[in-house]
Design a protein around this ligand. Structure first.
Ligand code: BV8
Length: 240
């Protein structure tokens, strides 16, 4: 670590939820293997074939809610760290699942939205949902059909709460990326913003990605995240 750590930003990607049974994107059996990104995760794909996109998200929403899908030790370690950390802490996730919240994390920014929410394209009002929905589902605001879309950020759309994220990145002393391939911008550039502001950066991932962090820890998130966070906390409490 370059200096005493007071402010921490953690970015998570699909890899942190893999051991909970949620499919990642670029693995051999990944989500993008069955669908082209442009068909299921762009506004143009939604306009072209809304039923395919509704079905893609309805299937993932159902898969998220089966009993065997639950937070794993990496999610739980992050929630515990947030409770015990004496300084500033922000968890930014690219994931649209709710496993961080179910693990007990309280301050979570879902920069790419949430699977268990839908949005009216007419009023921009957001509603929680655990059910399937599609073109024929009436929105609760306009009482019309055809207005509802998944409350997720598609390619070509602007991620949520970017100003708050960049402010936290510019202030942090430690930036940690967990379970992300670093393929999607702007999340893939966060570690560089942190480095430019002299933060120490660490990548915890199953494999080394092309990004240049100060530290690379290779392993499964549930195995390496708890010990890493314990080390960060012990170092800070020892006043190093
Ligand atoms: C934007 C929600 C402007 C939907 C998602 C050309 C070049 C560069 C960039 C672009 C370009 N053309 C266009 C762009 C921009 C584009 C982009 O990056 N495209 C890519 C394809 C090149 N980005 C956008 O359009 C973004 N918007 O740029 O707006 C802007 C910018 C800044 C400020 C204002 C405006 C919007 C992108 C959002 C897209 N929506 N998700 C949905 O989920 O369906 S992206 C989706 O894919 C995820 O959210 C996530 O972000 C991404 C997948 O990445 P990962 O999470 O990393 O998952 P992946 O499978 O790739 O990797 C998993 C990793 O975990 C692996 O490394 C693996 O080894 C590891 N792992 C696996 N198991 C474990 C593990 N690690 C630990 N333990 C394990 N057990």
């Amino acid at each position: 670590m370059k200096r005493p750590v007071k402010s921490v930003v953690v970015l998570t990607g699909a890899g942190i939820s893999a051991e909970s049974g949620i499919r990642t994107f670029r693995a051999a059996d990944g989500l993008w293997e069955e669908h082209a990104i442009e068909d299921v995760a762009t506004p143009e794909g939604f306009a072209r074939n809304p039923q395919l996109v509704y079905r893609f998200y309805n299937e993932r929403r159902r898969a998220l809610q089966v009993p065997q899908v639950k937070p794993n030790p990496a999610h739980l370690a992050l929630a515990r760290f947030e409770q015990r950390w004496p300084g500033d802490f922000l968890l930014v996730t690219q994931n649209i699942d709710n496993l961080h919240e179910r693990a007990g994390s309280r301050r979570v920014i879902h920069m790419h939205g949430e699977l268990l929410k839908m949005r009216c394209i007419n009023t921009n009002l957001v509603f929680s949902t655990r059910e399937d929905f599609d073109f024929d589902t009436e929105c609760r605001c306009c009482r019309n059909v055809g207005n509802l879309r998944p409350h997720v950020v598609w390619f070509g759309e602007i991620p949520f709460q970017m100003q708050e994220i960049y402010q936290a990145l510019e202030r942090c002393d430690l930036f940690v990326a967990i379970g992300t391939s670093g393929n999607v911008y702007p999340a893939s550039g966060f570690y560089q913003v942190a480095r430019q502001h002299h933060a120490y950066t660490a990548e915890l991932n199953l494999e080394r990605t092309g990004s240049r962090f100060d530290e690379h820890l290779i392993g499964k998130a549930s195995a390496i995240v708890p010990a890493f966070l314990d080390r960060v906390l012990a170092t800070a409490l020892a006043g190093c």
